[in-house]
Design a protein around this ligand. Structure first.
Ligand code: SF4
Length: 418
């Protein structure tokens, strides 16, 4: 281990869905932030460099204040809201666990950042079920990796390394990019790795159903897909990898088609899907809210009991329709993940670098620590079944989302039982 957390324990990077645990942090030369140690990753380096000095930062209506007054102002605004919206939800397991009772107490609708992609994946899962796999299993077993559309390398920069492509595993690997150009994948070819683009530029809505039908021998295989169909049938372990956030609108149809390919292959060989996404705490909030209340994101615990609507409860729609009267924005990972433009009252529990974006009348801003930087915790990784432990990289004075949410709940006026 090259570098570690402040306690000497392994450090897990919290900045993308891969949650890498092979790197570490070190003091940045001449800045308040941290530097990445033990390897390179552009996204992690940028996020670490954007960290504040860890001092408390809070404001009410644009004027700087202390934490107690900001929490009191936020609680008062939450208490007077008729329909709050909790959006972003960029936090860890503890933060999400603390937000859940606050959402129930205020009747808030909840939706994570990137909620559209999350909802499309959930719809496909609800409709048909799915076979998925882990990063480790792809790394050690998959001899065929098929990217559905362009590989999500900006979202998950170390994806190649985490999938073990280029690593000696005792078998050769073939990498396919389906429906897009090879792009950076062209450079992955080398010892034991071959790469190929299949039908670059083709419409995935035409391509994937055709692939599913071809693999299932329900149609004559088109020439453009013959090579891929043969490879899928003869692979020891084929894995189809995609990022719902990068797929076109209505991507549940594409995700379902991928699942059909996987289901068919599993009758005779072994195959799985791996969906890259749910970073910035989105997958974590979804898991926590589902286990606490039985419903995923885009739900509400209100006077009519538990309600879930993946369309009507989308944050963007609620904001556009004026269907919420207060936005609570939770975003503790990256400086750029600022709240959506809205003129309604705002309560932001956010990365300190978002303070300027939240400095306005009607806004309460409370800077919070980043999980895995200012405090430890847990975060779900992209493969869904793996919960990664986070160890703090430093000590800072910023409160966690969980701290603030619990204080907000305690500060709400008690409602009399009906
Ligand atoms: S790939 Fe993602 S998790 Fe890994 S170091 Fe880069 S930002 Fe962090």
């Amino acid at each position: 281990m090259t570098a570690t957390s402040k306690a000497g324990a392994p450090w897990t990077c919290p900045f993308c869905p891969l949650a890498c645990d092979h790197l570490g942090t070190a003091a940045a030369a001449g800045g308040a932030g941290l530097a990445l140690a033990g390897g390179r990753c552009e996204r992690a380096e940028r996020a670490l460099a954007q960290l504040s000095d860890g001092a408390v930062v809070a404001s009410v209506d644009g004027a700087a204040t202390n934490l107690d007054d900001a929490i009191a102002a936020a609680a008062a605004r939450l208490a007077s809201s008729r329909q709050p919206l909790f959006a972003g939800l960029g936090t860890d397991v503890d933060g999400a666990r603390a937000l859940y009772p606050l959402a129930c107490a205020t009747g808030a609708i909840v939706d994570a950042a990137g909620g559209d992609a999350l909802a499309e994946g959930l719809r496909a899962l609800q409709d048909r079920g799915q076979f998925t796999t882990t990063l480790a299993e792809v790394r050690t077993r998959a001899d065929l990796v098929v990217f559905v559309g362009a590989p999500p390398l900006a979202m998950a920069p170390l994806l190649r390394e985490r999938l073990g492509i280029g690593e000696a595993q005792g078998f050769d690997r073939h990498v396919v990019v389906l429906g897009a150009d090879l792009g950076a994948v062209a450079g992955w070819a080398g010892a034991g790795v071959t790469v190929e683009a299949v039908a670059p530029g083709a419409d995935l809505f035409e391509l994937l159903p055709l692939l599913a039908a071809s693999v299932g021998a329900r149609v004559a295989v088109p020439v453009a897909l013959q090579g891929l169909v043969d490879r899928l049938r003869s692979a020891r372990y084929a894995v189809l990898v995609g990022a719902p956030a990068l797929l076109p609108a209505q991507s549940a149809l594409l995700i379902e088609a991928v699942h059909r390919v996987v289901h068919t292959l599993n009758r005779k060989t072994r195959a799985a899907a791996l969906w890259i996404g749910g970073g910035q705490g989105a997958a974590t909030a979804n898991q926590v809210f589902a286990w606490l209340g039985g419903l995923p994101m885009r739900s509400r615990a209100g006077p009519r009991g538990l309600e879930h609507d993946p369309h009507a409860y989308a944050a963007a729609r609620l904001l556009a329709d004026g269907a919420a009267d207060l936005l609570m924005w939770v975003s503790s990972f990256e400086a750029e993940a600022t709240p959506p433009a809205a003129s309604m009252p705002l309560v932001a529990l956010a990365h300190p670098a978002q303070a300027a974006a939240c400095r306005r009348a009607g806004a309460v801003f409370i800077g919070v620590a980043t999980p895995g930087i200012g405090h430890g915790g847990h975060l779900f990784r992209t493969d869904g079944t793996v919960l990664m432990p986070l160890n703090a990289a430093r000590t800072d004075a910023l409160p966690s989302v969980a701290d603030v949410a619990r204080r907000l709940l305690a500060a709400l006026p008690r409602r009399e039982a009906a």
